[in-house]
Design a protein around this ligand. Structure first.
Ligand SMILES: NC(=O)c1ccc[n+]([C@@H]2O[C@H](COP(=O)([O-])OP(=O)(O)OC[C@H]3O[C@@H](n4cnc5c(N)ncnc54)[C@H](O)[C@@H]3O)[C@@H](O)[C@H]2O)c1
Length: 300
């Protein structure tokens, strides 16, 4: 089936749902974005319009293509109405198992018989989410990255019951929306969060031990390995509280190598969460990192 004959329902019009709906609509899919919060729907539509307006201004997309893509996008407050006959459902509601199960449970009987049912969960079990429906073979993880319109990767997550056929069809779907997919068997932290958590934790151990300054650790990874940002800068962006909860989960599930560095625990206790609190490893003023503000080993 070609993209423009397929109907895609994206449930959850938050940060990620906005980007995912944009990806499908701009790739020719008839896209319905659903949320229980009408303000979130209005905000999502405005954000998608802005991505297109910016794209036209920067010459990345033609006015005609932007117009056609916007025409592919509808918003809706009623999941039961939106789900009828849809070929693909991507749920990207808040990260709570009960909410995700309820959404998929409500939509599944209304979708097309062979519909792909995808969840954008970052950390919950796809197998457990799939247990809420009697078509668990069609439930797959589709882990997108933020901001979706810039990030090329989708980690496809195979739950216990996910069929090979559904994995293959979901990979094709990713290609159709211009994304590169990798396939991961359900496992804590998948590939990305698991590696990123380990790298960020190790950088904090080095900072705590006084191996190098924060600035030099970040510069090492940026210039030595071509990472777009250093691990400490990335931790400040993600938030050390989020980092700590991921590390604690990975420590509990995968073992000792993920034991959170005590410096992270200390920073979170001090409220130095990163950019969002204005102070993490670095200090931030008006959203900009203050040069030379990296946490000094002598201050630990
Ligand atoms: N933020 C990220 O960087 C990121 C990256 C990858 C995956 N994720 C995952 O994507 C999902 C969404 O994250 P987000 O950052 O977009 O969250 P968000 O809080 O920005 O948006 C969630 C949206 O879901 C809506 N919602 C909640 N319950 C609903 C329901 N029953 N029916 C319809 N809509 C409902 C809310 O109104 C809200 O608009 C989560 O599972 C998260 O773990 C997030």
């Amino acid at each position: 089936m070609s993209a423009n004959q397929e109907k895609v329902v994206v449930v959850g019009a938050g940060l990620m749902g906005t980007g995912i709906a944009h990806a499908f609509a701009s790739s020719g899919f008839s896209t319905l974005l659903v949320d229980t919060n009408s303000a979130a729907l209005a905000q999502a539509r405005a954000s998608i319009e802005k991505i297109f307006t910016d794209g036209v201004r920067l010459g990345k997309v033609s006015e005609e293509k932007a117009h056609q893509s916007l025409a592919n996008l509808l918003t809706c407050g009623d999941l039961s109405e939106a789900a009828i006959g849809a070929n693909v459902l991507v749920e990207t509601v808040s990260e709570q198992l009960a909410v995700k199960k309820a959404v998929i449970g409500q939509a599944a009987p209304l979708l097309a018989d062979d519909a792909i049912i995808a969840t954008n969960t970052s950390a919950l079990s796809v197998t457990e989410i799939a247990a809420s429906v009697d078509c668990a073979d069609r439930v797959v993880g589709m882990h997108f990255f933020n901001p979706v319109h810039k990030m090329k990767l989708v980690e496809l997550v195979r739950g216990l019951a996910t069929s090979d056929e559904v994995v293959a069809r979901t990979r094709t779907l990713c290609e159709q929306i211009g994304k590169t997919s990798i396939v991961v068997n359900e496992s804590p932290g998948l590939t990305t969060s698991r590696m990123s958590a380990l790298l960020g934790n190790e950088a904090m151990w080095m900072l705590q031990e006084g191996t190098a300054t924060a600035e030099d650790i970040d510069t090492a990874l940026r210039l030595g390995f071509n990472h777009p940002m250093g691990p400490l800068e990335l931790g400040d962006l993600t938030g050390w509280d989020t980092r700590l909860s991921v590390l604690r989960y990975l420590h509990q599930t995968l073992g000792e190598k993920f034991r959170p560095c005590p410096l992270i625990i200390k920073m979170v206790a001090a409220g130095r969460l990163g950019r969002k609190s204005g102070h993490g490893v670095y200090r931030y003023e008006e959203g900009k990192q203050v040069p030379g503000s990296g946490l000094k080993a002598s201050a630990l």
